[in-house]
Write a protein that binds this ligand. Structure first.
Ligand code: SAM
Length: 259
C-alpha cells in the first residue's frame, strides 16, 4: 500500500488533502494512469519529449518523478542507464512492468520534496527528466526542486511546465462563462489540490539562479492564455564545471543533498 504522506506542496501538507492527492497515484488509478491518458495532448507531449531528448542523446538519466515510466521505452531503446524515483510504490510497480530483461534501470521510492527524508538523486546524470510535476509545486517549492537538481551536477534538465506570460490581464469575474461556473461548483463540492500555472519569467529566473540556462523550449499546447512547454536547460555540469548554487538558490532550496 502506498504511503500517502508527502504531497509536494506545503499548502496541501498543511491542509490534510494530501491523502486524496496521492490516491490519484495509487491502486486502480496507478494501474489505469496511462490508459486514461491518450489523445492529441499526450501525443503532443510525446513529440516534444522526443524532439528535446534527441538533442541530448543521454547515456545516463534521472527521471523524477518517474510515475509509470512513460518514457522508459525511449530510454531502453537508446540504451541509457536510468535512475527513476517516485513517491508512489504503485506507480513504480507499473513502471517496473515496462522493464526489459537486463535493463539498466533502477527504480526507487523517494520523496523529492521532504527535506527530512530527501530522495537520493545521485550525481552527474547527463539528463534529468521532470515531466508533469511542476504544476503541483508552488513557486517556492519549485525553486527547492531546481536547487536539488542543480546539486547533482547534471548536464541537462528536461522540464515540463504550464506557464503564463508575465502581467497577463486577469479576466473580469463578471465575464465568467458557464464552464468557469461549473468548474467552481465542482471544486466547491470536491476540493482539488491546487495546480500552479507558473509565471514564466519568474520560473526561468529561479532556474538561472540555480545554474540552469535555457537551451530550447518546445510548445506542447496552449489554452486560455496558459502555455504548456517542455524546456531543455543546460546545467553547470554541461560545461564540465563544478556544480554550484547561488546564495538565492541556496536560500530558497533550504537543505539540499550535499548539505
Ligand atoms: C502526474 S504524475 C507524473 C509522472 C511522470 N513524470 C509522467 O510524466 O507521467 C506525478 C507523479 O509525482 C509523484 N509524486 C508526487 N509527489 C511526490 C514527491 N513528493 N516525491 C516524489 N514523487 C512524487 C506521484 O506519485 C506521481 O507518480
Amino acid at each position: 500500500m502506498t504511503d500517502l504522506s508527502g504531497h509536494p506542496t506545503q499548502i496541501l501538507r498543511a491542509s490534510g488533502v494530501e491523502g486524496r492527492f496521492m490516491r490519484r497515484y495509487s491502486g486502480r488509478n496507478a494501474r489505469h494512469y496511462e490508459t486514461r491518458r491518450q489523445g492529441p495532448q499526450w501525443e503532443a507531449e510525446a513529440q516534444a519529449f522526443r524532439q528535446l531528448y534527441k538533442r541530448v542523446s543521454p547515456r545516463s538519466i534521472l527521471d523524477c518523478p518517474i510515475g509509470t515510466g512513460r518514457w522508459l521505452g525511449t530510454y531502453q531503446r537508446t540504451g541509457a542507464s536510468v535512475l527513476g524515483i517516485d513517491l508512489s510504490d504503485d506507480m513504480l510497480t507499473e513502471a517496473a512492468k515496462k522493464l526489459r530483461p537486463n535493463a539498466g534501470v533502477r527504480l526507487e521510492r523517494g520523496d523529492l520534496m521532504n527535506p527530512s527524508r530527501p530522495a537520493a538523486l545521485g550525481s552527474g546524470h547527463e539528463l534529468i527528466v521532470c515531466t508533469r510535476f511542476a504544476h503541483w509545486l508552488s513557486p517556492q517549492d519549485l525553486t527547492v526542486l531546481f536547487g536539488r537538481f542543480s546539486a547533482t551536477g547534471s548536464r541537462y534538465l528536461l522540464l515540463g511546465a504550464m506557464v503564463r506570460p508575465r502581467r497577463r490581464v486577469q479576466p473580469n469575474p463578471s465575464q465568467k462563462g458557464w464552464r468557469d461556473h461549473l468548474k467552481s461548483l465542482r471544486t466547491w463540492l470536491r476540493p482539488r489540490p491546487p495546480e500552479y500555472v507558473h509565471d514564466e519569467a519568474f520560473m526561468l529566473q529561479a532556474l538561472r539562479e540555480c545554474g540552469w540556462t535555457l537551451t530550447a523550449r518546445t510548445p506542447v499546447s496552449r489554452s486560455r492564455g496558459v502555455h504548456y512547454y517542455f524546456y531543455l536547460l543546460a546545467g553547470r555540469g554541461a560545461n564540465g564545471a563544478e556544480p554550484g548554487r547561488t546564495q538565492s538558490c541556496l536560500r530558497a532550496g533550504g537543505k539540499l543533498d550535499s548539505d
